[in-house]
Design a protein around this ligand. Structure first.
Ligand code: SF4
Ligand code: FE
Length: 481
């Protein structure tokens, strides 16, 4: 059965990669304290898929092989599949309180599935069969796949072909009968190191003369010529300090990688787009649409944990009965459930593509993500409000454990009966971590910029706003000719 156990997943990523962190080459990255929480997070996906309780959300029958697969490798076959995707993402956010990294390749595959079909129909190419073959391997080996879109983009006022450095956008630099050679970099790569494979896509809609940038392909993440530079995150070195109390979420975390492709060879059978500029925009938009849908699940699950932490700290502080605290918790819940409603709504109004797979409603997916660029900030603001200033003035774990001064901290940080200072530390640090520490990358910055910054959604909303129709219905009512 193609379902890896968490242990099998861990063994399978123990490979040699060209990885750097703090200017040093890292060998056994799976043992590195800054990296390990991000691996624990992915292991949770594999663990939940093994459990009877979550079978319906975490696994599904593949339409390609008929076998039971992890849902993260599925090509959606109905609106129900789209809804279950969002529910699964909320579940994982609840279990890990961070970015679990596996959705990017999942969303890429669902976008490429229909795009390759449509390219073949127009140009008599053979991308769709090629992609299906590649993806069956992913499903049958239960592989984690990253989806890589964002180029470094150089001078934003210039098109890819006009850049002073042509590598500012990843592009084809050479070609032979066997394949292509590419050069460039992809940044903000969520989970790239923890993935077995990656699918690379263009970052924007391309124009005539920019064919070398219209390229999509699959690749092993440890392929020759790839260099990974681990992204720093706020307060990350707390993970290498003694103890775990100051970390906040000490078990789980996300991962962002700066990936350099220095003349990397891609064999023909792994290429899914080469020069088809007219499909580059649709690929970008479809992937972005699926990933904007995703945020209506994952960020909601993380929000659930933050709301739980806020309710708990109000109990620990003895403020839980105050009416304004109760009202703020209602507001946090309202905002969080609004995001979920958007995720479920764009899934429920999904439709079938000619390739046979199902896609979310594009307008509502963009509305979903636009709200995600705002509401987690307000939820985090309310969490900070209720938690109090102690989240950023509290002494360190070392001070709490110190024989000389620890008793002072214990004495003065003890609040209600039955609440020990250590539990209060844990919850306060968790809120600090999620609102301004490492986890705020997943909860806030990623909410802002992941799957496209706010303006990208506004462009998509504007395109689908259908103002002509809206004017017409008004004129009908008012009998205006
Ligand atoms: Fe998945 Fe959310 Fe992380 Fe994107 S940000 S990979 S949707 S958990
Ligand atoms: Fe993301």
């Amino acid at each position: 059965m193609p379902l890896k156990t968490p242990e099998e997943y861990l063994e399978s990523i123990k490979r040699q990669v060209n990885l750097y962190l703090f200017g040093e080459k890292i060998k056994e990255f799976w043992n590195h304290p800054i990296i390990r929480p991000s691996i624990n997070t992915v292991m949770k996906i594999y663990e939940l898929a093994q459990m009877e309780e979550y079978k319906d959300l975490m696994t599904v029958k593949s339409h390609l092989t008929g076998e039971l697969i992890n849902r993260f490798t599925h090509i959606h076959q109905s609106n129900e599949d789209l809804i279950k995707k969002v529910k699964m993402q909320r579940l994982l956010g609840q279990h890990t309180a961070c970015c679990f990294q596996r959705c990017v390749g999942f969303d890429t595959a669902n976008a490429l599935y229909s795009i390759t079909y449509e390219m073949d129909k127009k140009n008599s190419t053979n991308y769709h069969e090629r992609f299906k073959k590649y993806w069956i391997e992913v499903q049958t080996q239960d592989l984690m796949v990253d989806g890589a879109m964002t180029d470094t983009k150089g001078d934003r006022s210039k098109r890819p072909k006009d850049q002073p450095d042509p590598d500012a956008y990843l592009h084809i630099v050479d070609e032979s009968d066997n394949g292509i050679i590419v050069r460039g970099a992809k940044v903000h790569q969520t989970g790239f190191l923890n993935s077995h494979r990656a699918i690379i896509m263009p970052t924007l809609s391309l124009r005539p003369g920019e064919e070398e940038y219209a390229v999509s392909f699959g690749i092993d993440t440890n392929e020759k010529g790839i260099t990974l530079i681990y992204g720093r995150q706020s307060c990350d070195t707390r993970k290498i300090e003694e103890g775990k109390l100051d970390i906040g979420n000490f078990k789980y975390g996300g991962q962002e990688i700066f990936v350099v492709f220095d003349n990397v060879f891609i064999p023909k059978e792994n290429i899914f787009m080469k020069g088809e500029i007219e499909f580059s925009g649709d690929l970008v938009n479809r992937f972005a649409g699926f990933h904007r849908q995703s945020y209506g699940g994952c960020k909601v699950g993380v929000g659930d944990v933050l709301i739980g932490a806020t309710a708990l700290i109000s109990e620990y502080n003895g403020t839980e009965k105050a009416s304004h605290i109760r009202d703020k918790l209602v507001e946090m819940t309202h905002l969080n459930e609004t995001l979920y409603s958007c995720g479920i709504a764009c899934s429920s109004l999904g439709f079938q593509r000619e390739a046979g797979n199902y896609e979310m409603d594009m307008l509502l997916a963009n509305v979903c993500k636009q709200n995600v660029t705002r509401f987690p900030y307000e939820i985090a603001r309310l969490a900070e409000d209720i938690a109090g200033g102690m989240i950023c003035t509290m002494p360190s774990e070392a001070d709490l454990k110190s024989e000389e001064i620890g008793p002072f901290i214990e004495k003065y940080l003890t609040t209600c009966e039955g609440v020990c200072a250590e539990d209060r530390y844990k919850v306060l640090r968790f809120i600090e971590n999620l609102t301004m520490g490492v986890a705020s990358v997943s909860y806030k910055t990623e909410s802002m910029h992941g799957a496209g910054s706010p303006q990208a959604q506004r462009i998509m909303i504007a395109r689908q706003a259908n103002l002509e129709y809206k004017k017409k219905i008004l004129k009908n009512i008012l009998e205006i000719e």
